[in-house]
Design a protein around this ligand. Sequence first.
Ligand SMILES: *[C@@H]1O[C@H](CO)[C@@H](O)[C@H](O)[C@H]1NC(C)=O
Ligand SMILES: *[C@@H]1O[C@H](CO)[C@@H](O)[C@H](O)[C@H]1NC(C)=O
Length: 337
Amino acid sequence: MALTVIFLTPSISCSLILISVFGCGECVEVTVPQDPVMQQRGSSVELPCHYKTSVDKNFVLEWRFAPGSTPHDQGKQILYFTNNKLYKPGSQSERLSLLQDLPTLGDASIQLTDLHASDAGTYICEVNNPPDFYGTSVGLIQLTVLMPPSTPVCKGTTSASVGSDAHLTCNSSEGVPSPTYSWTRLDTKTPLPLSNMVQDDKTGNLWLRNISLAFSGMYQCLASNEFGQQKCELTIQVTGTAEAGVIAGAVIGVLLALLLLCGIVLWFLRFRKQKEKKTTQSIYSGNEIREDATAPGISEASLQGESQPENHLLENISSRPASTTSTTKSQLNNFLV
Ligand SMILES: *[C@@H]1O[C@H](CO)[C@@H](O)[C@H](O)[C@H]1NC(C)=O
Ligand SMILES: *[C@@H]1O[C@H](CO)[C@@H](O)[C@H](O)[C@H]1NC(C)=O
């Protein structure tokens, strides 16, 4: 085992040396930027690609594009140059051009104008120059299209009861680099307890825990990156009591009303019974206490009759038994005296 390792290692190093010393006389070396290329949407960008080879009639330059996070081996052809002819298949052709009219002198860079969000992805620069088949003939460039956040969408709990939790979300569909989100409450008069609020500035989530009436109001989410900011709003309505409380309150209210009604009815019945008792007593009992009460009773009735003429007849009718008793009583009185 040890022997093979010892013998293998020098042989690998030897072959590497052989390639680097003798191989590159016949290979195409493509150089592209290692770092991603970044440019703002709407502006132009250059995608540099340089190569070293002695170009002859078999030279072929090809650019391919893999949009977004599509693997680079699935890239589609966007530019093709061979036999002094240029082809630009693909939807970007109008905005795509070679920096050098003839890309045969070591510069195969391209320019893309009026950048769209959809232009972001991997660009592949490939140079073939048979019979040069060794070395790096492919270069990959990552293009990032920078743009401000789009207007975010605010969603979540719009009505909640005291003591419950609320969850709001905020999301911009566009924005490079990824926007950061920050929630604030508009027209805040009293500061909300921070311990009851949790927000995630990367995802745009806002959680409100054990909310009170003070949490009612309009909430605003601001999505921002270095290229701009956009906002959206959402209103939370906090209802005074829990739903169960409302129901319990209603039930108690109805019961109280019923009790009150019963009380009134009972009182009324008792009042009438007492009145009936009084009249029967005054008719059939001829004691002295009733006798005293009758005389002012009449004067009262006549006074009322004067002030309220409509009641006159009623008063007369009602006072009639009293007057008859009074006459019987006065007769009785006379008899006693
Ligand atoms: C935000 O919007 C983007 C694009 O519409 C979507 O891909 C992503 O899943 C959304 N994020 C959340 C948390 O809803
Ligand atoms: C919710 O808030 C109220 C006061 O607003 C407090 O009395 C209660 O203990 C809180 N409940 C929880 C579970 O934190």
